[in-house]
Design a protein around this ligand. Structure first.
Ligand code: SF4
Length: 76
């Protein structure tokens, strides 16, 4: 099985991060720092906020580097 350091899941959603697309605006880390942490590994902690808060933040990513899918509805 392929492992990917940039795929993160909780029971509801899977969030993916594409570092080559990220423009380092740090919007995610600034606005939801309990989830998107810039000095801790793993840098995305999906236990740091509610699923709806995380989805709202992922949608604001200006580069599209952050994406999410719902575990139950889509093939993540
Ligand atoms: S909001 Fe998107 S583009 Fe900005 S730092 Fe986070 S992942 Fe990168």
């Amino acid at each position: 099985m392929e492992t990917d350091d940039n795929v993160f899941s909780n029971s509801d959603i899977t969030v993916t991060y594409n570092p080559s697309a990220c423009i380092n605006a740090e919007r995610c880390a600034r606005e939801l720092s309990n989830v998107f942490r810039n000095s801790v590994i793993p840098w995305i902690d999906l236990d740091g906020a509610s699923t709806s808060e995380i989805i709202n933040q992922v949608k604001k990513c200006p580069s599209g580097a952050l994406q999410f899918c719902l575990n139950k509805k889509e093939a993540c």
